[in-house]
Design a protein around this ligand. Structure first.
Ligand code: AMP
Length: 216
C-alpha cells in the first residue's frame, strides 16, 4: 500500500501516519522529519533548508525530490509506505510519480485530511514533540502522563521552532496556495479520498484503515 497523507500542517498527518505505519507494518516517511534530521546533522541540505523552514516556506522542490529518491532506495519500502508532508506542490506530485515509476511503483491512495484554521492553530501552537521517537503530544488535548516527558520512550518533549502562531499562519498560507492543484491532480486519477480531520484521532484512523482496505 503506497499511501499519501495530504492536508494542512496540523491536520494530524504525522500522528495518523505513525499509527498507520504501526498497524499496517509499513515505514512512515515524513519529509519534514527527514529535513529536521538534516538540519540537526548540519548536512549541506540541512544548512540550505534551516532558514527556509524557520520562515514556514517550502524547501526547493529539486532538493526535496532528491532527498526522497534517496530515501526510496531503502528496501523497507518494498511493501509500501505512509508518506507524510510530500507532495506539497503539483511539481512534487509529478516528481513523486516519476520517482516511483522508475522503481516500478505507484501511489495507490491519497487521503486528504481536511481541517479548519482555528483547529490547526490551536493544535500546532500547543504541540509538543518527543526529541527521541518523534511522538506528538498536545499541552491540553493530548498531554503526556508526566509533563515534558514522552509516554512511550521517556524522551524529552520540545516545541518545534516553526510551531509559533506567526509561522503557523505563514505555513497555512503557503499550503493553501498549493493544495487546490494537488487535489485536482489526484481527483483526476481517482486516487483521492477526503476525510474530516477535526474528528477525533481514533475515528480518523479507523476511516483511513477502511479506505486503505478498499484499495488493496
Ligand atoms: P512538516 O513537518 O511537514 O510540517 O514540515 C516542516 C517544514 O519542512 C515545512 O514548513 C517546509 O519548510 C519543510 N518541508 C517539509 N516537507 C516539504 C516538502 N515536501 N517540500 C518543501 N518543503 C518541505
Amino acid at each position: 500500500m503506497y499511501l499519501v497523507l495530504l492536508g494542512p500542517p496540523g491536520a494530524g498527518k504525522g500522528t495518523q501516519a505513525k499509527r498507520l505505519a504501526e498497524k499496517l507494518s509499513l515505514p512512515h516517511i515524513s519529509t519534514g522529519d527527514i529535513l529536521r534530521q538534516q538540519v540537526k546533522d548540519g548536512t549541506d541540505l540541512g544548512r540550505q533548508a534551516k532558514e527556509i523552514m524557520e520562515k514556514g516556506l517550502l524547501v526547493p522542490d529539486e532538493l526535496v525530490a532528491q532527498m526522497l529518491d534517496d530515501r526510496f532506495n531503502n528496501p523497507d519500502i518494498k511493501k509500501g509506505f505512509i508518506l507524510d508532508g510530500y507532495p506539497r506542490t503539483l511539481p512534487q506530485a509529478c516528481s513523486l510519480d516519476e520517482i516511483l515509476k522508475a522503481k516500478g511503483l505507484a501511489v495507490d491512495l491519497v487521503v486528504y485530511l481536511d481541517s479548519s484554521d482555528e483547529v490547526i492553530i490551536k493544535r500546532l501552537t500547543g504541540r509538543q514533540v518527543c526529541s527521541k521517537c518523534g511522538a506528538n503530544f498536545h499541552v491540553t488535548n493530548m498531554p503526556p502522563k508526566v509533563k515534558g516527558v514522552c509516554d512511550s520512550c521517556q524522551g524529552s518533549l520540545y516545541q518545534r521552532s516553526d510551531d509559533n502562531e506567526t509561522t503557523v499562519r505563514k505555513r497555512l498560507e503557503v499550503y493553501k496556495q498549493q493544495v487546490a492543484s494537488l487535489i485536482a491532480y489526484y481527483k483526476k486519477v481517482s486516487k483521492l479520498q477526503s476525510l474530516n480531520a477535526d474528528l477525533g484521532a481514533e475515528v480518523v484512523l479507523e476511516q483511513i484503515i477502511d479506505l486503505s482496505a478498499q484499495v488493496k
